[in-house]
Design a binder for this molecule. Sequence first.
Ligand code: LLP
Length: 463
Amino acid sequence: MSRSAHPAGPRHADVLTEGHYSAPPADLNALDPKVWAQTVERDADGVVTVGGMAVTRLAEEYGTPAYVLDEADFRARARAWRTAFGTDADVFYAGKAFLSRAVVRWLDEEGLNLDVCSGGELATALSAGMPADRVAFHGNNKSPEEIERAVRAGVGRIVLDSFQEIVRVAHIAQSLGVRQRVQIRITVGVEAHTHEFIATAHEDQKFGIPLAGGQAAEAVRRALQLDGLEVIGIHSHIGSQIFDMSGFEVAAHRVVGLLKDIRDEHGVELPEIDLGGGLGIAYTSDDDPREPHEIAKALTEIVTRECEGARLRTPRISVEPGRAIVGPTAFTLYEVGTVKPLDGLRTYVSVDGGMSDNIRTALYDAEYSVALVSRASDAESMLVRVVGKHCESGDIVVKDAFLPGDLAPGDLIAVPATGAYCRSMASNYNHVLRPPVVAVRDGEARVIVRRETEEDLLRLDVG
Ligand code: LLP
């Protein structure tokens, strides 16, 4: 049985063309800073450290699998977004990417606002002390109870997603004697270059009110007449994991076009526009994300130019990055359980987690990288597929990657860039327990979300 990365034969060639890599990286021990959290490095013994802590020690103390989050990196990225947009704009971290009370406090301290999209996210934000006026409440089907809670709490804005919701929020706000600040979410008809399930501005989908056919203008018309609402702006989110700014350009052009129509029809210049989130990160070395200052410059220039063209005052811009802040700051630490070479195909490496801690590969065909982190190795590389422990053949964590050929049970491997949409989309499939989130900073580790226990599972099962 061969464990080499380059076995000859047509079947292997087929596998390679299906996959993402055509050749193994030159040095399997190297850690590309593009995909790993900022403080990650390999020490003199070959062990990977993060925030000054060895992964071997983290595994001993907290077990595997575990999401390991670099707090300094999170804060640095949050700050970079904040600084890039300056005081004339607002950065709302999209809590759906990953939310915990520690994260809320970091955001508060770094001067970011928070976007929540459910009662649960709102409760987390408020319980960690985020001032309600810095919270935006999203969602295409907020319940009346959620709306009432948000209005009573005094959230800074509710983003309205349908004609029915315009009336619903107005009614609830009015009955509470509140004039609720709202934005209206529109779909501008942009096809973001991303997976269909995470593209959100084309018209045939559940979010927002289409600009097409005058529907968005009609929504604004109705909202402006309702006493319970203060319409502060228009919202557009075009999708996720986007690298190309041209989608934002078209979106800004169309949103500003609507602002102009509103001014012409109602004599009102809405003071804000929100361009959503969706900025891409590097999951593999092939991805080249932009820096926050480049994004801020590009978006500000686009909006300013469009507004000058339309003779409008430039509105206050807000953005809602989730993945771009938290995504690169964490990796998932797994222990290798079984190594199964399939002759002429590839080697299946089974880890102690899987699709319950990272559904993105199965759901979106997402690409990830992986590295051996508990030691360095000079062994020849082998083509691997990293799979989980679930009873499902689609339980794949990393579809195609190279790892050292001497990989063995008990080794620790880590999948970088799992900070966004992994813990937040984790499940209990097969009654596998959801991993903890361990935050590491300056040589100290702290559990910010603890590992689930069998007791947790049984507590919900009332017999
Ligand atoms: N704002 C709104 C209104 C959104 O719907 C989203 C994401 C964001 C901001 C943040 O987008 P980000 O900057 O994180 O890309 N589960 C998928 C992503 C779904 C995103 C949903 N909305 C994934 O794992 O890729």
